[in-house]
Design a protein around this ligand. Structure first.
Ligand SMILES: N[C@@H](CCC(=O)N[C@@H](CS)C(=O)NCC(=O)O)C(=O)O
Length: 226
């Protein structure tokens, strides 16, 4: 498959979720790097032509443009999922609802709690983590652990789009706050299982290394100021 363009930033978990799906489905993306540190995503041009929300990722498929990683994951799977479509995003109403639940959990609950700490660190070099924000992240770990006590993977007993979305957020969030295996055993076990999946491991390695460097640097700078 060719002709797919992905506007992305390597540090972005939702972009990495889409990249992981691309790898699983052997899709070839042409990557357009959006320079978040230079606020390219907030330019009038980007908002007008690419994404009015001023975020990454954004998919372009011919003259069709789509933002919001969860919508992109669903679109790519429906359109190009081939034999993997039914497993990644099942057509059975209840199975699909559980995958949607996992993706909405990521979009509305987990990712915003990570972003509240990670984005100021990345974009402004400011560590805004407070006891309340770290507690919010732990609450999200607890919720993910709860889902994982109901099924082997986040939504069902096999890998689905929900694991790609939540897994990308989890890998980045654990740089901010390492999840305690005694408190969240299933969550930690599942994160380790994801690392065994070559597409997940390969895509996350570069982005996580980049993010880690930023977080360490910003925390050091913050420490030297206080
Ligand atoms: N729910 C959106 C979140 C997208 C998002 O917030 N992306 C971040 C990068 S990880 C971003 O572009 N942030 C720019 C900003 O907030 O200035 C998705 O899943 O696509």
């Amino acid at each position: 498959m060719s002709g797919l363009v992905l506007y992305r930033a390597i540090a972005s978990p939702p972009a990495r979720a889409v990249m992981t799906l691309g790898d699983l489905l052997s899709l070839r993306f042409e990557y357009r790097e959006v320079k978040l540190l230079q606020f390219e995503h907030k330019s009038e041009e980007y908002k007008k032509n690419i994404n009015p929300m001023g975020t990454v990722p954004v998919l372009q498929d011919g003259d069709f443009i789509l933002s919001e990683s969860h919508a992109i994951l669903k679109y790519l799977t429906e359109r190009y999922g081939g034999e993997s479509r039914e497993r990644l995003y099942p057509s059975d109403v209840r199975a699909r609802a559980l995958v949607d639940q996992g993706m909405f959990f990521n979009s509305g609950f987990f990712f915003p709690r990570m972003a509240a700490v990670a984005l100021p660190l990345l974009l402004r070099g400011v560590d805004t983590s407070s006891p309340q924000r770290l507690q919010d992240i732990e609450e999200a770990y607890g919720a993910a652990d709860g889902f994982l006590q109901r099924s082997r993977f986040l939504a069902l007993d096999h890998l689905t789009l929900a694991d790609l979305a939540v897994g990308a957020t989890a890998a980045a969030t654990s740089l901010i706050l390492q999840p305690d295996p005694n408190k969240f055993p299933r969550f930690v076990e599942w994160m380790n299982e994801l690392q065994e999946i070559p597409s997940f491991k390969n895509v996350s390695a570069e982005g996580i290394a980049y993010l880690k460097k930023f977080i360490i640097k910003a925390r050091e700078m913050q420490g030297s100021k206080s």
